[in-house]
Every structure is written in C-alpha cells, then in structure tokens.
Design a protein around this ligand. Structure first.
Ligand code: AP5
Length: 193
C-alpha cells in the first residue's frame, strides 16, 4: 500500500490535483472537507455539528474528524493506497493517523505540499465562491480566518513530517497540468524508493 498526503493551505489546489491523481494512480481519495460537506447535505447530527465550525472558518473538533476517517478507512479495506486531502490538519490528527495506519500494517509514504502565495489563494477562493455554493468561500473575512487557522494549527503538521523526512514542497502556481506533472515526478521518485 502506498499512502500520500496532499498538503497545503485552503485554495492551494489539493482537491483539483487529487482528482487527477486518483485517475492516474487509483488511490482511494479521502477528503475530510468533502466527507463533512456530505454529512451536512445529509443533515446528519455530525454534519449539523460540523457546519457551525466550517461556516466560521474554524476546524471541526479532532475527535469528530478522527472518528469519521477511521470509519471511511474501514469501508475501503481493499484499497491499494490512500490519498489524504485536507487531513491531517492538527498534530493530534497526524498522531491518530499514524496509529490507524500502524494497526493496518501500513504507513504514510510521502507528504507533498503545494506552495501558493496568499494573494493567489484569496483570489482563487473568492472566484470559486461565486459558483461553488460553499459558504466559507464567499466572505473574505472567513477566508482570512481559514488561513490563520492553517498557520496556527496546521503548519505544525508539516514539521511533524519534516522530522521524519517525508515532507516535500511543490510549486503550486502555474497551470493545473504543469503542477500535476511536478507532483507526478515527485511521487514517481518516492514510489521507486
Ligand atoms: P476543505 O474542504 O478541506 O477545504 P480547504 O482545505 O479550505 O481547501 P479547499 O477545498 O478550499 O482548497 P483546495 O486546496 O482543495 O483547492 P481546490 O483544488 O479546491 O475544508 C473545509 C472546512 O472543513 C475547513 O475549513 C474545516 O472547517 C473543515 N475541515 C476539513 N477537514 C478538516 C480536518 N481534517 N479537521 C478539522 N476540520 C476540517 O482549488 C481552489 C480553487 O482554485 C478552485 O476553484 C480551483 O478550480 C482553483 N484552482 C486550482 N488550481 C488552480 C491553478 N493551478 N490555477 C488557478 N486556479 C486553480
């Protein structure tokens, strides 16, 4: 099993690149943002709880997200590998993921981080907000809050994986195809190791 984390701030292109990576490498795509939005659409108790945090640009509590990931993992026992998109976002989530993968006798093989300037990120998200229907994209204040949360709570996750030499930065600006080809180059090298 080969497991990849696609890392990066809101709007860095994780979802866009994940779709292409899933098609090429047949990963199971685990996006906690998508799973949470599905819970909201289904009006489940978990979704109702999550919505109040997401609308404000805050993280959903660790225990809620970790439980959701564990259940999703169990639904895909035959996966050849997972692509984690938007997870882990806190050190507690990274530790929980390590524990889960160890139980399944596998591990994170690499973390690829998309690097994009904040100016470009804001412009991408406001632009998407015009059509996506995502309430966290339409208000610039909420977008800035998401960046602050990323800087305070999620960047320590990068250090967590840097310490074990699994972290690699990828230039996340330019055309979608050129970024995809940089990701594939990095991934292919890691897969050969
Ligand atoms: P989540 O859904 O994960 O959102 P996010 O991390 O804020 O990321 P986005 O989906 O906004 O951006 P992306 O990096 O996927 O970029 P995309 O490809 O879409 O999380 C939403 C919320 O859920 C969180 O705020 C939190 O509340 C909660 N949550 C989720 N996971 C959680 C967790 N683990 N723990 C706790 N809470 C959690 O691209 C963005 C836009 O840019 C698109 O319009 C795209 O078309 C465009 N674009 C992409 N690439 C390019 C390019 N190269 N050039 C120009 N435009 C581009």
């Amino acid at each position: 099993m080969f497991n990849l984390i696609l890392f990066g701030p809101p709007g860095s292109g994780k979802g866009t690149q994940s779709e292409k990576l899933v098609e090429k490498y047949e990963f199971v795509h685990l996006s906690t943002g998508n799973l949470l939005r599905q819970e909201i659409a289904d009006k489940t108790p978990l979704g109702l709880e999550a919505k109040s945090f997401m609308d404000k640009g805050q993280l959903v509590p660790d225990e809620v997200v970790i439980g959701m990931v564990d259940s999703y993992f169990d639904l895909h026992k035959d996966a050849r590998g997972f692509l984690f998109d938007g997870y882990p976002r806190t050190v507690a989530q990274a530790e929980a993921l390590d524990k889960l993968l160890k139980l399944k006798k596998t591990e994170i093989n690499t973390v690829l981080a998309l690097e994009v300037s904040e100016e470009e990120l804001v412009s991408r998200l406001l632009n998407r907000g015009k059509t996506s229907g995502r309430s966290d994209d339409t208000n610039e204040e909420v977008i800035r809050k998401r960046f602050a949360v990323y800087n305070n709570e999620t960047t320590p996750v990068a250090d967590y994986y840097k310490k074990i030499n699994k972290f690699e930065s990828i230039k996340g600006e330019g055309s979608i195809d050129s970024i995809f080809s940089r990701i594939c180059d990095a991934l292919d090298k890691r897969m050969k190791k």
